[in-house]
Write a protein that binds this ligand. Structure first.
Ligand code: FES
Length: 138
């Protein structure tokens, strides 16, 4: 085997190995999203850009997080990227869950997987209301 053949065979072997590793990871549940960390966000609920939260059932996305108003004085927050392949999830008040429009995954209020293909829970955050100020923290 000359040098050229060695390099070609080594590259081929490395490619096959890398593909195999990638497939093995996907069979275990692909995840391509990362959840925000060290979160500390304050939202002024009187500000026009936060108007979506004025009504129960409303939601908005900010800094990789989706915030939903689920009751008169109750807000919840989870990462906005689906743990399946990273599509942006949305809050569905009538179903009382977060849903992903890409492949149909659903998550509970706390971000727990309720329906696949997602296998990993969403990261949830603490939402604390104080007057007209909503604070979202890790
Ligand atoms: S990206 Fe959400 S279910 Fe596939």
């Amino acid at each position: 085997m000359n040098r050229k053949e060695f390099v070609q065979q080594s590259f081929f072997g490395l490619t096959v190995f890398a593909t195999g590793v990638g497939l093995a990871q996907c069979l275990g549940g692909c995840t391509s999203s990362t959840a925000p960390t060290d979160v500390d966000i304050t939202l002024d609920l009187t500000a026009p850009e936060n108007a979506a939260l004025k009504q129960v059932g409303g939601s908005l996305r900010t800094n990789g997080i989706i915030v939903a108003r689920v009751a008169e004085s109750e807000y919840i927050a989870v990462q906005s990227a689906c743990t399946h392949e990273g599509a942006t999830i949305r809050w569905q008040q009538s179903a009382n869950q977060f849903q992903c429009p890409e492949h149909g995954a659903a998550f509970s209020r706390t971000g727990a997987v309720a329906r696949g293909p997602a296998r990993t829970n969403l990261v949830s955050y603490t939402a604390t209301i104080n007057g007209t100020t909503l604070r979202i923290t890790s």
